[in-house]
Design a protein around this ligand. Sequence first.
Ligand code: ADP
Length: 498
Amino acid sequence: MKNKPETAYVLVVDDEEGIRSGSERILIRMGLKVLTAARGNEALDIMEREDVSIVLLDLKMPGLDGMQVLKRIRETNLNILVIVITGYATVETAIEAMKQGAYDFIAKPFEPDHLRIVVNRAREKIKLTFEAESLELERKRTLADLGTEKSRVRTIIESLPNGIIVTNSLGQVALMNPALLRYIGIDPSCGATGEHISHYVKDEGFCRLVMEISQGKHLDAGDVPAYEFSPVEGKFLMARGRPVLGDENECLGAVVAVEDITALKVLDRLKSEFVAKVSHELRSPLSTIHEQIAVVLKDLAGEESNDERLILARAKEKTSGLISLIGDLLDLSRIEAGAVYHEPKPVNIDVLLKNIVDFLDIRAKSRQQTLVLELPDYPLPSLTTDPLAIESIFGNLITNALNYTQKGGRIIVTAGLAENNLIVKVKDNGFGIEQAYIDKIFDKFFRVKNEKTRMITGTGLGLPIVKGLLNDLGGSVSVESAPDRGSVFIVSIPVKKQ
Ligand code: ADP
């Protein structure tokens, strides 16, 4: 960019010493930096060396005359403003000089004021040109910056190893990066946008998630809905999304990140298979040990010495704990492997619940607890399902309610219909669960550890089994709980219309 105009020189070119020195004085008083030259050549030399912005140029000079100097200036530096000094008011020469590109003219002899006016006009013009150029430069730079910023963000999004999809509030796709296109089997080189999400991704659950986010259903900052799906055989993807918010916090659409979790899935399956195999191998020797201890204990029944009996009784208790852990592990492996438990049969849910409650009531009584089943005054429809799965779900939940409730506590099981779902609630007034653990209790092996639960034996597999079975049945389980106030586990199972 050019220097600021104030720092440049005014060059006075005239062969008359009086004009040179007179003009110099006036211009210096105007606060300008002045150089002078008596000949055209000398003036051109100075202009090559110094930063000159205005030239006061006498047209009539010995040697290179003013017109020639003007021509050379126009050829080499269009930014210099030339004010020609014409002798004795020759208007024609002045007009000619203006045609050749002079900015203004002043006729000899001139008054100081006249010189000041002409030079000030030129200064003003230079200042305005400078400002206009600076603005233009600034504008170009901002545009260039914006351009680079945009292309940088674009490059980053396109290079991400994970898939990204952005939709507007109607669920129409605004952006899909190459990774996402590859995941869903679209050639990245011809990936178009603009259509509704369901046009590109055929998985209903994924489209539902994107639509829910796009329409502002998950505005809470901590709410990051996730969804696992398999667009093609053998590939597993995990999608997590957030709404895109506008200035007024209105929902403009959704941004969903999609990750390939196939490798993790394979690893998880291998782990589950390993656990299943080990559990299976351990079960029969353990059962044998358990039975043998039982036989020895029976033989010792009449003996005086209690010590051995006590040791063996403990060992029997431990093996029985291990057998139940193995049973849970095998159940879980089967559920995770998607193996159907048993053939679906018509299940009379109120009879089944009554049987479980009757069976567990013996345990409740031994703990001075009240276990009540409340059935509705209308008949519950029979479910065509796996009876052992249903038994396992409610058996686990009611056993937990008894285990995690103090002596003398109260457990109520209620059943009813809501729309097309069977709703069963298992409510206790026991220890309750801290909010921080509510989501964790359905994780494998998770157990809340505190003063009250310390002495209670368990595997941490009951609730994952309940959740896995309900998933298979298309149902769900949720929990509401508060420490020392109790918990309620709510199970929902869809009832198919006959
Ligand atoms: P387990 O009972 O074998 O420990 P679960 O998976 O059935 O395993 O339960 C996980 C944890 O959830 C339990 O260890 C307990 O801390 C908590 N929990 C389950 N049910 C209840 C309940 N009704 N009241 C309080 N805590 C419960």
